[in-house]
Design a binder for this molecule. Structure first.
Ligand code: SF4
Length: 217
């Protein structure tokens, strides 16, 4: 894993984590990003915050108002009630939903709480932990799953749960963010669904390549 980290670092640099400290925002953004582009998610999120600027207002608004706000992100009739349900399940302080306690919570308890929320899977929980709170997690999205499987970081047909667990087990905590970002970059640029193995800087350490499974061999 360290050799892969170093090779990716040479290719793509060393991204630095800057946790933004807003776990509810990360949670809502991740729900909004399901089945849509980053751009549409951002438009939907911006409209939601503009029309309903506090989380208690989002929670307590008519569901149609939330759906109207997030419509550019697609699946508004599904995502709006889900966002409101999640907000209702969060602990409230002075009537305001909060997830600030996650920063100091035991990791397993934090993940258990997050994945117990409707529509929140392991990847979403990991996004909240790492992007909002700077806690070491590697969200396994489709890029990380594809690249990590080919590189033999976990069995290629492992469940996403297993992939999460195995990635975290073999990653130094301080490298989690960097590896997450650089594996995604590698998956977008080189190790695409049709991998460009001949131009890949990782091919000598890649079981998929060494097994001769790359296209155009
Ligand atoms: S050698 Fe091919 S399969 Fe392996 S990481 Fe590079 S692009 Fe992906």
């Amino acid at each position: 894993m360290r050799a892969i980290r170093d090779r990716l670092r040479r290719l793509y640099g060393r991204p630095v984590s800057e946790p933004h400290g807003h776990p509810i925002a990360e949670l809502v953004r991740t729900i909004l990003s399901q089945n849509t582009s980053d751009r549409n998610r951002d438009v939907a999120y911006g409209r939601l915050r503009e029309r309903l600027p506090t989380w208690e207002r989002v929670r307590d608004a008519p569901v149609s108002a939330v759906a109207d706000a997030i419509r550019p992100g697609g699946l508004a009739e599904t995502k709006a009630p889900r966002i409101q349900e999640v907000l209702r399940l969060l602990p409230a302080v002075g009537g305001r939903p909060t997830l600030d306690w996650l920063g100091d919570a035991d990791r397993d308890e934090a993940l258990e709480f997050l994945t117990g929320l409707p529509g929140v899977g392991r990847k979403t929980a990991a996004c909240v932990m790492i992007f909002a709170l700077g806690r070491p997690e590697i969200p396994v999205d489709t890029h990380v799953y594809r690249v990590g499987g080919r590189l033999g970081l976990f069995p290629e047909r492992a469940s996403f749960e297993t992939a999460h667990d195995e990635m975290l087990a073999i990653t130094d905590p301080e490298d989690a963010y960097e590896l997450h970002i650089n594996l995604i970059t590698h998956g977008r640029r080189v190790c695409r669904p049709q991998p460009r193995c001949r131009e890949c800087g990782l091919r000598r350490m890649c079981p998929y390549y060494r097994a001769g499974r790359f296209p155009g061999r």
